[in-house]
Design a binder for this molecule. Sequence first.
Ligand SMILES: [Cu+2]
Length: 238
Amino acid sequence: MQTRCFTAMAFAGLLGSGMLASAAPPAGSGAITGKVTYTGTPPKMKPIDMSKEPSCAKQHATPVLEQNVATGPGNALQWVVVYISAGDQGSIAPSQPIKYDQKGCQYIPHVLPLQVAQELEIYNHDPTSHNIHPLAKVNPEFNKSQPPGSPPIRTKYESAEFIPVKCNIHPWMHGYFVVLNTSHYAVTGEDGSFEIKTLPPGKYTVTAWQEQYPAQSQEVTIGDGETKTINFAFKVPR
Ligand SMILES: [Cu+2]
């Protein structure tokens, strides 16, 4: 009797968590805003030499800089993904695919946050071939050549993962897919600011991820319709 009861409870538990994973998040009007900055002296981003690919080089009036530590005025840090890493109450991937582009032999955007199970469309808008190679470890890895004028490569990821992306033809091309379990995320722009919206009331862990420096987290409690400001500062090692 006891065993049967336990089994029934375990089953109910599984069903419950399964439902939560695919449930629409409760509507909320809370928000977390803030700014991501650095302290210390960031490495100077080097200009990229695209002379081996003249069709790309000529698309840029001035040399493109590397983007792994992209900074802006006021010590702002760009391309930081700020997201809810704990406390989210379920989320559904948007039905709208998310687009990723190869243009001027660069990945646009440099860092692409997307959701688990969200359709990803990868375009080549260059007059040359690319060979996109996302270096996934948890998800299946792929490596695909995409000649100019090809239709987009369509794919999706089923597990959360930070995936470095490289091109097997152009060694300077680097980017990231940041596959998240949450719909509550933002990526910092040149001013380092972010805003995570539509949060229901709750206690959340907010994590800021940057490709080169260790991630940071903070706990935040949001009341009904409340907006809280939190900031992150990444220390640049000497
Ligand atoms: Cu390429």
